[in-house]
Design a protein around this ligand. Structure first.
Ligand code: NAD
Ligand code: UDP
Length: 331
């Protein structure tokens, strides 16, 4: 049991999309949360509702650099460390591939060393990208993946694979208690409208009447998990005592093509924006669906929010967001 008066939970990447929801959920459970983020893709406005809480603290710092004194001077108080720090959108993480690789490898190393020094439990937010463009479908945790280590996605995919390797070494050597979540595509409110992922792109384009961009012919598949389900899965995994030395897939196994996703978005928004097809990015995985048997068996977890419901909530949030940021026309 954590003592909210004295114990701290560190959320690296807590100003980002999933991280800000996680910080909210941890505060709602009564915990004290320190959010560390360099605001590369995270946003201060994601923290607006959190900053007024006296149990919440934001530290602007990059995990690639040695951790700041404001963290290390309280080493003994950290009990849980969630490492979500890393841009998740392909155009964002490819914009500075060297920094992406360092964030995953050096950043995870800094946080694992903190976990060791504080005897805190460490959770790595890994990714379905460790499976690359998978030859096995759906993807179970035992599948070792088909990643192109020389392509433009490698800084992220291989960075996460290296971070997993390091985390499991820390666990095997008894240096830290470790949990590894392999997160599949997650969506919901507080995604950055310009971050380039498919759900945010399609919804924002549909709502604003701009050209809707479909890469390739739209037949590639993904499986989309609503953010509240993901946060629930991450917290269950962190607190699980039965996981052992195994990664755990977290995602919604309902698989659909990008064209089917677009049809849902058009139906929900009533948009008649034009659709343009653009080249499929290099190494874009053809299909992706998690096998979540392990998460269900070990954590009693499965997603509860259906795609239609989740997209409705997300469209409503983006509609408000765009209304606030779009300049009003002078009559
Ligand atoms: P996001 O880009 O919204 O959030 C990432 C956060 O990390 C941002 O706030 C960013 O500013 C911060 N960050 C990046 N590099 C950093 C650094 N060097 N130092 C400190 N902070 C840094 O992405 P997200 O969707 O919230 O993803 C969160 C985590 O989950 C990431 O680790 C990502 O790899 C993983 N993940 C997400 C998805 C998804 O579909 N959302 C899928 C697989 C894995
Ligand atoms: N995609 C698309 N249009 C967009 C953005 C993405 O068709 O505007 C496609 C992309 O090529 C991929 C899928 O949607 O096949 C999911 O892309 P995303 O960037 O969301 O995540 P990832 O490729 O990392 O799963």
């Amino acid at each position: 049991m954590l003592n909210p008066q004295s114990d701290l939970i560190l959320v690296a990447g807590g100003a980002g999309f999933i991280g800000s929801h996680l910080c909210r959920a941890l505060l709602d459970q009564g915990h004290s949360v320190v959010c560390l983020d360099n605001l590369q893709t995270g946003r201060a406005q994601n923290l607006e509702g959190l900053s007024s809480d006296p149990r919440f603290e934001f530290i602007e710092a990059d995990v690639v650099a040695p951790l700041p004194a404001s963290v290390t001077e309280r080493t003994a108080r950290f009990r849980r460390i969630y490492n979500l720090a890393c841009a998740a959108s392909p155009p964002q993480y490819q914009a500075d591939p060297e920094h992406t690789m360092l964030t995953n490898v050096v950043g995870s190393h800094h946080l694992l060393r903190l976990a060791e020094a504080s005897s805190a439990r460490f959770l790595l937010s890994s990714t379905s990208e460790v499976y690359g463009d998978p030859e096995v479908h759906p993807q179970r945790e035992g599948y070792r993946g088909w990643v192109n280590c020389t392509g433009p996605r490698a800084c992220y995919d291989e960075g996460k694979r290296a971070a997993e390797a390091m985390a499991f070494d820390y666990a095997r050597l008894g240096r830290a208690e470790v949990r590894v979540a392999r997160i599949f595509n997650t969506y919901g409110p507080q995604m950055h409208p310009d971050d380039g992922r498919v759900v945010s792109n399609l919804i924002c384009q549909a709502l604003s009447g701009r050209e809707i961009t479909i890469y390739g012919d739209g037949s590639q598949t993904r499986s989309f998990c609503y953010v509240s389900d993901m946060v629930d899965g991450l917290m269950r995994l962190m607190e699980s005592e039965t996981v052992g030395l195994d990664p755990v897939n977290l995602g919604n196994p309902v698989e659909l093509t990008v064209s089917e996703l677009l049809a849902e978005v058009l139906d929900l928004t009533g948009s008649r924006a034009p659709i343009v097809h653009m080249p499929l990015p290099i190494d874009d995985p053809r299909r992706r669906r998690p096998d979540i048997d392990r998460a269900t068996a070990l954590l009693g977890w499965q997603p509860r929010v259906g795609l239609r419901d989740g997209l409705e909530r997300t469209c409503a949030w983006f509609a408000r967001e765009l209304a606030e940021t779009t300049p009003q026309r002078v009559p």
